[in-house]
Design a protein around this ligand. Structure first.
Ligand SMILES: C[S@@+](CC[C@H](N)C(=O)[O-])C[C@H]1O[C@@H](n2cnc3c(N)ncnc32)[C@H](O)[C@@H]1O
Length: 302
């Protein structure tokens, strides 16, 4: 089946290219608030966040840290709101997000990004479904926010639990999706009992990308292909359109191509175009698909 894919280089806080109720699955992973590697993106993309970081260097107040965290989630909330608009009735949104641990102003704390995202999405109107915990076997335990869990960490009570799980939050827009009886594409997309039993379970142990691939994928914090592939098969059918508003290296597009879904992806960082093209073309050459690139240069970073 020939599938169509659009890569839009631009900011997904506005998606004028997409009509209301026009996509059936959202599959994405945003930049994680308060994870250091994403600080500069938030600063470049949002003047309010840039101002707050500047303020923190001057006042070093706990309150300013909270304001930065709030502003980062406000930035993401604009995308979740727009995502809700374009998702069709019964469509599912899968949001992969991790919590952050960080020492700021000499105080170590957890920033629970998953719970803030749940609150935001429920306020927008999404219905929360049971979520998946993605356990990564890679992360090493830490002590006082640094390095591996060292000797003194064996003495209670000042160690802390390693953040070695990320969340895959699952939401539905509106009521259950409806299909005509014996819908052909739905039946063609069916899972085996074994696949169903393996996929619809709450803890997934999947190796993170760090162990497998190169520098570029680490820089975009790509999720493994296996995660995108599983979610695509669980929550969409052949011929559906999958949206990724935080496309990164286009893992979602690749999973859509390989599973005969159409897709649309937004990416604000223009530097990623080369890696997007590379990922889309790798291991997909035997499949019939068309890709259109659209560049909205006004709101691009870099
Ligand atoms: C965690 S990465 C996504 C990685 C992706 N799942 C993959 O497998 O490669 C988040 C991406 O969102 C992009 N981004 C951040 N804000 C954006 C926005 N407002 N619109 C579009 N893309 C954005 C970042 O540049 C980054 O590439």
């Amino acid at each position: 089946m020939l599938t169509q894919h659009k890569i839009i280089l631009g900011n997904s806080q506005q998606m004028p290219e997409l009509a209301d109720d026009s996509v059936q699955l959202v599959l994405t992973s945003p930049p994680y608030p308060m994870v250091k590697m994403w600080d500069s993106l938030f600063v470049q993309a949002d003047p309010e966040i840039a101002e707050l970081w500047q303020k923190l260097t001057e006042d070093c107040k706990e309150q300013t840290v909270t304001e930065i965290y709030d502003a980062m989630h406000k930035y993401l909330a604009r995308v979740w709101q727009e995502t809700y608009r374009v998702l069709s009735e019964g469509g599912i949104a899968c949001i992969n997000i991790g919590d952050a641990t960080r020492r700021l102003n000499d105080k170590f704390k957890l920033f629970p990004n998953h719970s803030r995202t749940i609150e935001t999405c429920e306020k927008i109107g999404f219905t929360m479904l049971p979520y998946i915990l993605w356990k990564k076997p890679t992360t090493k335990p830490k002590y006082k926010g640094k390095g591996a869990f060292l000797g003194s960490g064996l003495l209670p009570p000042n160690g802390y639990v390693t953040v070695d799980c990320e969340f895959i939050l699952l939401f539905r827009k509106g009521a259950l999706r409806k299909f005509p009886p014996k819908d052909k594409k739905r039946y063609e997309s069916g899972l085996t009992i074994e696949q169903r039993n393996n996929l619809f379970t709450q803890i997934w142990t999947v190796k993170g990308i760090r162990q497998k691939t190169g520098e570029l994928e680490r820089r975009t914090a790509a999720y493994p292909y296996e995660i995108a592939d599983r979610l695509t098969r669980m929550f969409s059918i052949k011929g559906d359109t999958v949206l990724d508003p935080f496309l990164g290296s286009a893992t979602t597009t690749k999973a859509a191509i390989k599973n005969e879904r159409n897709s649309i992806g937004y990416e604000i960082d223009g530097h990623l175009l080369v890696s997007i093209e590379k990922k889309i073309n790798k291991q997909t050459s035997d499949l019939p698909f068309e890709v259109e690139f659209i560049k909205r240069s006004l709101d691009l970073l870099g």
